[in-house]
Design a protein around this ligand. Structure first.
Ligand SMILES: [Zn+2]
Length: 347
């Protein structure tokens, strides 16, 4: 069973012609309602739940008081650009609290017995650090939900797999010294894309050493490269780590039609990763990050959800991609990761 967490209020984070705008969620919801009809709580083929906004206390488990104060005041004073690409409108702070709360609500649904729960929210979160908004992100939604779980439930070990085209530097930094959070990110080589971090040698610090695993793929890498790396690395690492709780951090900007990256994933990748993770983690929370080609993201999202519903009708049956064509750089990257992480994991 998969449930969605969504609020129409996300439209009140008004970013105009910015690539991260409400049109992204609107088209995703349009595809979903076309497929499943009206989405209602505990209703038809797929149910939908409103998010409960995160409390200030929830936010303070991750973010500094000065960061939260700055976001709040900046928005209340009319908003504008916080940096060269991160925008707040007058209601953005309140909406960011709903987006963070959406991640918490999704976690509660999974703990309440749903196999999968998916927070379709904006603004996204994975670039936001404890004290800085950046990369379209204000509050780190996933980190807030994770700290909420740690505080309110008897859970110790968390796994995050982030396949957004960009490195989730905020999430990585927040948990960089934490051996109980394994952050795995596959993203475009940061020499060639924002945020310029996320190299293999960034492995974590102190007790967290070995728990930050980066797979920076070269521009032009596609579905074969992703499947090759994730099969060779993800499966052994996930099995050895034995998390109590799983997050899939979802970014559709890794799609070949996306205007903000130079990756070549096709529609097959998203159902593949969903089915792969479904086998490794019987329960999982999905959290939306980027994706800027509206049609590609709405299409891929629907296919991914159909796999997690475990009900693929014959006409939309998805077959895993056939023979993999893997770039030499990708094979070299596997060797590099294998060497660097051999003290921590067996591949
Ligand atoms: Zn991204």
């Amino acid at each position: 069973m998969i449930s969605l967490v969504y609020s129409p209020d996300y439209a009140l984070h008004q970013t105009g012609t910015h690539p991260e705008n409400q049109g992204r969620l609107d088209i995703m919801m349009e595809y979903l309602t076309r497929e499943f009809g009206e989405l209602t709580p505990e209703g038809g083929e797929i149910d939908i739940h409103p998010p409960t906004p995160a409390s200030e206390e929830d936010l303070r488990q991750v973010h500094t008081p000065s960061h939260l104060e700055h976001l709040k005041n900046f928005a209340e004073n009319g908003g504008g650009y916080l940096d060269y690409d991160t925008y707040e409108s007058p209601q953005s702070y309140e909406i960011a609290k709903i987006a963070a709360g959406g991640a918490i609500t999704a976690c509660e649904l999974v703990l309440g017995g749903h196999d999968f729960s998916y927070s379709l929210a904006r603004p996204p979160g994975h670039h936001a650090t404890s004290d800085k908004a950046m990369g379209f992100c204000l509050i780190n939604n996933l980190a807030v939900a994770l700290e909420y779980l740690r505080k309110n439930h008897d859970l110790e070990k968390f796994l995050i797999l982030d396949f957004d085209a960009h490195y989730g530097n905020g999430t990585a930094e927040i948990f960089y010294q934490d051996p109980h959070v394994l952050y795995i990110s596959i993203h475009q080589d940061p020499h060639t894309i924002f945020p310029g971090k996320g190299f293999v040698e960034e492995t974590g610090m102190g007790l967290g050493q070995g728990f930050n695993l980066n797979l920076p793929v070269s521009p032009g890498s596609g579905t074969s490269d992703y499947i090759y790396l994730l099969e060779k690395i993800m499966e052994p690492v996930i099995k050895q780590f034995q998390a109590d709780f799983y997050f899939l951090d979802v970014g559709f900007d890794s799609h070949q039609e996306d205007p903000l990256s130079h990756l070549q994933l096709d529609d097959d990748f998203y159902p593949w990763i969903a089915s792969y993770m479904r086998e490794l983690a019987s329960q999982m929370v999905l959290i939306l990050e980027g994706g800027y080609s509206r049609d590609a993201m709405a299409r891929s999202n629907l296919k991914m959800i159909n796999v997690l519903r475990n009900k693929i009708s014959p006409e939309e049956e998805w077959q895993p991609p056939g023979k993999l064509v893997v770039k030499e750089e990708t094979k070299a990257l596997f060797k590099e990761v294998q060497n660097r992480f051999s003290p921590y994991f067996t591949f």
